[in-house]
Write a protein of this length. Structure first.
Length: 627
């Protein structure tokens, strides 16, 4: 988070000061250019100089809007406040777990951060708006959010606020990763800005602009369908065929319906990380137009042929997978992706580990689940972020689970889908506390959390070892990846074993406190020391055991010394003193190995002092040699 904030503020400063050299990491962008276009490439990737100048001019105008400019500046510091763990925990019942930007805006308002940093009411409102929407275009580019969601920006009817939003988008994407913001993408964003300005100025509407895009795609769909049925007219090239206006004469309703389906198909491409390939490229490819010619006609600035080729064929495989599905299922998926009905988070990473059929099947499950929880017209958040955290380790098990479930079952039998809301293993659907949020989770049959919880309840060391080895063997026999589970289990075992051995030491300490005899104390230590390897004492615990023994032994020595001093103080004649010395001498000799001769000499001195007190005139009458 800190690295992102520093990168964002550095880019913002570069734009404000017109320092074009520091907007990009020029060395990195040159390396990317050579990677994309070959070792002879001399330029750089990224936003062009002309585009940077346009951004600088926008910022120069925004500087005159004091409240907005201050909010824009602060937004780069507070954009990720919705990711701070402590604040997410504090407001977990109120924030959307998948929407970090929305969570950030909510936290800004609740924590009164604008006021704490000297922003007035207008600046605070701007700040909350910019933080809430700073990643909107990024999610749109990734297909996670429909372009229709831009209505939340233009509805403000504020050109300067829109421009601040555009600046935020440029800087945010470049700060996440330098190669995200390329010239071709920047062109699309500037076109989006122009469209939104037109909407704000009343020259057009967002709906009209979307219909224009949709109509073109609907025409492409019917052109391809007719080509697949009849082939090309004689003497007509594919480009000439697609450029004809024949498709405009078709029924507008049908064109719009087909176009929306194609736009939804392209959204799936974006969800899969395909940024530049479009349906028009697939149409030309299916009409046997050479791919290099298609790439040339697209006139990319920063997208080399190899990248474009990879994206087109990936999109083509997804398209074929969609076409192979039952028509009703396919149409349902696409219709759900039209407009701003559902916002999807974390799908790109998860789907990258799945087969093509399972990518679509997982999306189908999620979309069917959203239909179950929809209660109003607000967009539903479909959250794959949880499963994306473990997909790298669990993808084999996830693919296996999806392989064994036909899509038709979910489509025709609602009980199959209902089961996912209550199941304990496999793909699970969970409605979050926040309204209109559905999380897709994968829980393997291993149930490692339950194993660890059970292990923490075991108090007998032998039972713990038996359960640990049994569980470890079951993990190793599981057909899918479990090494991370094994590590967690081993850590839990070692932790519990340490707790149990600490309990054993605590019990030993209580036993030692009851022992009054040096011999018994030593036997207790010896018995536990002999068993320490089997018990599993750590080196630190073995030291603690020895310390407990020494402490109790010293206590017994002090108690014995106090006992002897008390008796000596009560003795009044030499004969009684000699009698007591004889019994004490044998006790000292019998326990010499436990406390050594220094202790014996100390006690002998106590007897000598008592003798001097009793018979000062005849000290030679008492002797304390210890043999």
């Amino acid at each position: 988070m800190t690295g992102y904030i520093l990168a964002a503020t550095q880019k913002f400063q570069a734009l404000v000061t017109h320092d074009k050299q520091n907007f990009h990491d020029l060395k990195l962008m040159h390396r990317l250019a050579r990677k994309e276009f070959g070792p002879m490439a001399t330029g750089i990737m990224g936003v062009s100089r002309r585009q940077l100048e346009d951004l600088e001019n926008i910022l120069d105008r925004l500087k005159t809007k004091r409240n907005l400019f201050k909010a824009l500046t602060c937004s780069f510091i507070f954009q990720d406040v919705g990711r701070v763990p402590e604040l997410r925990e504090k407001y977990k019942k109120e924030i959307n777990p998948a929407d970090f930007a929305g969570a950030g805006a909510y936290i800004l308002e609740k924590e009164k951060i604008g006021k704490r940093y000297g922003l007035n009411g207008a600046s605070t409102d701007y700040l909350i708006f910019l933080v809430a929407n700073h990643d909107l275009l990024h999610h749109t580019i990734k297909g996670e959010v429909s372009f229709s969601a831009m209505s939340s920006i233009v509805v403000k009817q504020d050109r300067e606020l829109l421009d601040a939003f555009i600046i935020t988008t440029f800087i945010m994407m470049g700060a996440i990763r330098e190669d995200l913001m390329l010239e071709d993408l920047a062109l699309w964003i500037f076109k989006t800005r122009a469209v939104c300005h037109g909407v704000i100025d009343g020259k057009t509407t967002l709906q009209k602009q979307l219909e224009r895009v949709v109509t073109k795609r609907g025409g492409l769909f019917y052109a391809l369908a007719q080509y697949q049925e009849k082939g090309l007219p004689k003497g007509v090239t594919p480009s000439e065929y697609l450029a004809t206006k024949t498709w405009k004469s078709l029924d507008r309703t049908e064109l719009l319906r087909a176009g929306r389906m194609i736009l939804a198909t392209e959204r799936i491409f974006r969800l899969r990380g395909i940024r530049y390939a479009e349906f028009r490229d697939l149409a030309r490819l299916m009409m046997k137009v050479p791919l290099k010619y298609i790439h040339k006609k697209r006139r990319f600035h920063n997208v080399g042929f190899a990248t474009f080729e990879k994206e087109v064929y990936e999109a083509f495989r997804i398209y074929k997978t969609l076409q192979s599905m039952q028509e009703g299922i396919r149409h349902f998926i696409l219709e759900e992706l039209i407009g701003d009905k559902v916002r999807i988070y974390g799908y790109e990473k998860v789907s990258g580990y799945l087969s093509y059929k399972n990518q679509i099947k997982l999306l189908l499950i999620g979309l069917l689940g959203t239909r179950k929880i929809r209660t109003d017209h607000h967009p539903i958040s479909l959250n794959f972020l949880n499963i994306s955290k473990t997909v790298e380790q669990r993808y084999e098990a996830i693919n296996d689970f999806l392989d064994h479930i036909p899509s038709l079952e979910f489509w025709e039998d609602s009980s199959q889908l209902n089961h996912l809301f209550s199941a304990e293993t496999g793909i699970l659907l969970r409605k979050e506390r926040h309204p209109n949020v559905l999380s897709v989770i994968f829980q393997s049959r291993v149930h490692i959390a339950q194993k660890i919880d059970h292990m923490s309840s075991i108090n007998d060391l032998e039972q713990l070892k038996i359960y640990f080895h049994y569980s470890l063997d079951s993990l190793r026999n599981y057909p899918f990846f479990t090494e991370d589970y094994e590590i967690l289990l081993e850590e839990a075992f070692e932790r519990r074993m340490m707790e149990i051995t600490d309990l054993i030491l605590d019990r030993t300490q209580r036993q030692m406190d009851l022992v009054k005899d040096f011999e018994d104390l030593y036997n207790l230590l010896r018995d536990l020391s002999e068993r320490s390897k089997n018990i599993g004492f750590s080196g630190e615990q073995e030291h603690r055991l020895n310390d407990l023994y020494e402490m109790r032994k010293n206590t017994l020595k002090r108690e014995k010394l106090s006992e002897i001093e008390e008796i000596l103080n009560s003795i009044g004649d030499v004969q009684e003193l000699n009698h007591y010395w004889e019994s004490t001498k044998w006790y000292l000799q019998g326990n010499r190995r436990f406390f050594g001769t220094e202790y014996e000499l100390l006690i002998a001195q106590k007897f000598d002092a008592a003798n001097a007190r009793i018979s000062p005139a005849q000290p030679e009458a008492f002797h304390t040699p210890i043999q």
